[in-house]
Design a protein around this ligand. Structure first.
Ligand SMILES: C[S@@+](CC[C@H](N)C(=O)[O-])C[C@H]1O[C@@H](n2cnc3c(N)ncnc32)[C@H](O)[C@@H]1O
Length: 268
């Protein structure tokens, strides 16, 4: 049985500081649910002490992967929330192309997990015939997720939202049709970078930032600080798309205008 430890106990403080040193993940910036998840995983591994728990994943890469997966929840999908992608394709990209041309758009999937979102952006940019050098930045705090994303191998069921003709155009299959591999042309449009959204500084002049299903465990102040950073990173006229449960209530205070559901624009 796990000892009853409060989330502000000295033992948990030491654990948080060890996790930060090892992974860069600052559990203090997250809501208390993250503490519950830590405990759920300890229970699952049948460990009742933070030191033993920490050592277990520090000394074993696979356990570390499991710990980070469990805490940061890497789950993603291609074209997740398809309606939003239709809006991006039919409304937002054409507007950006009209004002900025096809050569220079800077797109960013912030919290790119195992690659489905940045590859969806790259596919969209190829469909819109954006210049090949149009960069899609994909960033995540989790190195393991980035490694999987770079590999670009997916199971058939993960492609469920992708229209058939796009699958044919942008993927090849192996394993008798069970594994789908992202084409090298799509891959070449995406550059992956390890970045901690809470602590690291961002580039600038982005035209479109997607940050979806990343901030669920962030506490309110952390979220607000992040949205200010995104505002700064956008070019005037640029857009921020958040997840479909992640409405920004004080978007006006930050400087954004509403551009539709879960979509915010920096005034031009
Ligand atoms: C559920 S996935 C979202 C993937 C994709 N955006 C989507 O909507 O399908 C959340 C991702 O956010 C990443 N993440 C969590 N905290 C982060 C942080 N502080 N900085 C950067 N990435 C973070 C996790 O590693 C995870 O890969």
């Amino acid at each position: 049985m796990i000892e009853k430890t409060s989330y502000d106990s000295p033992e948990y403080d030491v654990f948080k500081s060890n996790v930060k040193k090892l992974t860069g993940l600052d559990l203090n910036s997250y809501k208390n649910q993250i503490h519950r998840r830590v405990h759920m995983l300890m229970q699952r591994w049948n460990i009742s002490n933070y030191d033993v728990f920490f050592k277990t994943f520090k000394e074993n890469d696979q356990k570390l992967r499991e710990f980070l997966d469990y805490l940061t929840i890497n789950v993603s999908e291609f074209f997740r929330n398809p309606n939003k992608w239709t809006e991006l394709q039919d409304v937002i990209l054409p507007r950006l192309i009209q004002s900025r041309g096809k050569k220079q758009l800077k797109l960013w999937s912030a919290g790119s997990a195992t690659g489905e979102e940045p590859y969806s952006l790259a596919i969209l940019s190829m469909e819109a015939k954006l210049a090949p050098q149009t960069p899609v930045l994909a960033s995540d705090i989790d190195q393991g997720a980035i490694a999987l994303a770079k590999r670009g191998h997916y199971l058939k069921r993960q492609l469920i939202n992708i229209p058939k003709e796009l699958v044919g155009r942008y993927f090849t299959t192996s394993d008798g049709g069970e594994t789908y591999i992202v084409n090298s042309e799509v891959k070449s449009r995406v550059s992956f970078q390890r970045l901690n959204l809470i602590e690291d500084t961002f580039g600038d002049d982005f035209d479109l930032i997607l940050c979806r299903n990343v901030v669920i465990y962030f506490c309110a102040d952390t979220k607000t600080a992040l949205y200010h950073k995104f505002f700064k990173a956008l070019r005037p006229g640029g857009y921020l798309l958040v997840g479909s449960t992640e409405q920004i209530f004080d978007y006006r205070k930050i400087g954004f205008e509403s551009a539709g559901a879960f979509l915010y624009q920096k005034p031009a």
